[in-house]
Every structure is written in C-alpha cells, then in structure tokens.
Design a protein. Structure first.
Length: 383
C-alpha cells in the first residue's frame, strides 16, 4: 500500500495526518514550501494546504510565511504564545488487561504523555486477536488518533493476520511487551519489551548461587511471556552446564479439568523423583498458589523447596514472601510513548527502533538461606 493511499475504512482524518506528514518531510528536505507547489504535488486544493499549514503552525511545528511555510524560527511569535497549548498528538492504546500487570504500563505511558503534551486514549481488551482488532478499530473509527500503542495476541493464524494488519496501518504503531516472530517480522512496527529471558536467567543464577543444582520451571504457555521465561531458563541452565533433559518443566495450561491441586501434586512428585529443590514459577499468582500448596503439604519454603516467581505483582503478599523477577512495567509504557513521539516528530526518515529493557530480581524469603540438600523423602512423609 503506497503512503498516499489510506487503508480502506480508516477515514479522512488518517489521510489528513499523512498529508501533514508529507508537508513536514518536504520542509525537512527543502527548508520551506509554497502552498501552490505542494498543492499540485499532492493533488489537493490550495485551501486544504493552507489549513494544514495553520494546524502545523498552531502546534509549533512550522512557521507561517506569505504563500507557504518554513521550519520553525525562534523569531516567530505568531503562534499561541502565552496560552496553554493543545495536545500535539493523540495516541490510542489497547492493552489485554486492566487489572494485572498492565495498569503500571498504562501509568508510565500516561506520565510520559503528559510530559510530551500528548493525549492517551486507553481501551481494555483480552488476550484474543479478534478482540484486539475490534478495540483498535473502535479507536480508528471514533477517535482522531495519530498513532497506536498495542499489545496484541500474536498466536495462531488470527494473531499473525492481526500483526500483518497492524503493519499495514497508515499510522505509526508501537508494540508494548510484544515482539513479532521471525516468520512475520512486520518490518514497520516498532516495539519496546522486557527481556524476559534475561530475567529468567537471573532467577536461575540466583538459585544456583544459593546452592541449588536441580532447578525446575513451571509456566503457563497461554501467556505471551512464558515462552521467553522458558527460553531464559533453558539458556541459563545450559550456561551452568546443567542439563534440562530430565529437569522438571511443567505447563499449567495443560492442567487436566482445571484441577490445580492435582497438578501441583504432580509437580511435587516430579521434584521428589528428580531431586529438584528449586522452582522458577510464572506468573506471580501461580507462584503464590504453589507456595501455599507446598506449605499445606508440610514442605518448608525455602527449606525444602525454594521458589522464585515472575512479574512481582502479588509475590510480596505470600507467606513467606516470594522472590520475584520484576519487569520495568512503567518504563515499558514510558519508552513506548517516547518511541511514538519521536516517530510522529521525525516521520518516515527515522529508522525503526526496537528496544529491550532488563528486569530486576527482587529477593525475599522464599529463595534465600535454604539448607543445601534435596527434599527427597519429605514429600512421601507429608502424604
């Protein structure tokens, strides 16, 4: 799709944004434009170009001159000096949850948008590609948005189709906590995401330093984060010359009939069989439930089973408090807005940016100071 052709059904406002982007690119290339020349080049009326110039001038992006415009001059006082400036751009934001993990991302985005004089419009969605697209389309249909920050579901054919659709939109799109897969690189999309594999590696190395040699991993493959956590666990174990071939690695998404207690019993049985004394658990809520299950079975945490959670949303509420990897959620939102602001200001000449942020490891009681030894026999005694 050429830059001059808006996506079908996106509305006149998107074409107007693209036209103003072309004006800014002409100004950056030549320093000045005339209304007559640019109207001919874009195939629109001179009145339309004058209106575009007025909008850009009111936003402080250009200086009006007779018959055209130039890049802003410090001598230009014709703008709205002395009165509050309107928001320079409006950004739509679609996230898959409004009650876990994502509120902090939204908070970081809103704070940065305030600093940048941008307007943020947030819509909650679900972990479902079809619903993600509905929410994005609602913003496109009802709001005059200049850019989009989104955390889409990218699984399956529907997720890949959503990614292709986002990549073809005529407005800039920044993915938050998402990275396109190699088979669908979506070359126009920018992203900012936590390096979850690095975070998992920190957790494994911490448990190793605490004396654990058999370290398992319990995740939920329905979460977009879990594959990266598993990858980081595998890489760290390999770096420590510790095989994962017979290590405990369980997926809670496959829990039979949703029976979590039976699933946790199975995990503990595997830990006993393999001498596993430590587990990396994603997510926080699952880590809290797993700790409670261990305690109910008479196991000491961390004495018999050391545990590190992932996300650090509710880990501190457990008894004992759970060590956890903490993604920089507010900074994910902050950097996403920074990427969007730079893209809107610089246009298509700016290279695509893709940024990874390192998480922190917050140490608490669940993984520190455990006796050095396997829990063999303890599970049998507790039954």
């Amino acid at each position: 799709m050429s830059p001059e052709q808006p996506a079908q059904g996106q509305g006149k406002s998107l074409f107007s944004l693209q036209r103003r982007e072309r004006l800014m690119e002409e100004l950056r290339a030549h320093g000045a434009i005339t209304v007559r020349d640019i109207a001919v080049k874009l195939g629109v009326s001179e009145l339309t170009i004058r209106r575009d110039v007025n909008i850009l001038a009111d936003e402080g992006l250009v200086s009006r001159v007779h018959g055209g415009a130039t890049l802003p001059s410090p001598l230009d006082r014709s703008g709205a000096a002395g009165r509050q400036q309107p928001h320079s751009y409006s950004i739509g934001m679609v996230v898959p949850s409004l009650d876990y993990y994502w509120p902090q991302v939204i908070s970081g985005a809103r704070a940065e948008a305030e600093e940048q004089n941008l307007r943020i419009m947030v819509r909650g969605s679900t972990y479902d590609a079809a619903d993600n697209r509905r929410q994005v389309q609602a913003l496109l249909d009802t709001q005059n948005i200049d850019g989009l920050i989104v955390a889409p579901d990218m699984t399956g054919e529907s997720g890949q189709e959503l990614l292709r659709w986002l990549n073809a939109l005529p407005i800039p799109v920044v993915l938050a906590e998402r990275r396109p897969p190699e088979e669908n690189p979506a070359h126009r999309l920018e992203w900012v995401a936590t390096d979850h594999a690095f975070g998992a590696g920190m957790a494994v190395r911490h448990l190793w330093q605490e004396g654990h040699r058999r370290i398992g991993c319990l995740t939920d493959s329905s979460s977009p984060t879990s594959p990266h956590v598993v990858r980081g666990w595998r890489q760290a174990m390999a770096a420590l010359k510790n095989s994962v071939e017979d290590a405990v690695h369980e997926d809670s998404a496959r829990t039979a009939n949703g029976d979590r207690a039976a699933h946790f019993d199975h995990v503990l049985e595997l830990c006993e069989e393999t001498g596993t004394t430590a587990m990396l658990v994603h997510s926080d809520t699952q880590a809290v439930a797993f700790v409670q299950h261990c305690v109910d079975k008479g196991l000491k945490v961390p004495g018999d089973m050391a545990i590190v959670g992932y996300d650090d949303e509710v880990a501190y509420l457990a008894e004992p408090a759970i060590s956890a990897v903490r993604p920089p959620k507010q900074y994910v939102g902050k950097v996403a807005v920074q990427l969007m602001a730079a893209r809107l200001a610089e246009g298509r000449m700016r290279p695509v940016h893709r940024i990874q942020l390192n998480p922190d490891l917050i140490l608490r009681e669940s993984s520190i100071g455990a006796p050095r030894g396997a829990a063999a026999g303890l599970l049998q005694d507790s039954k």
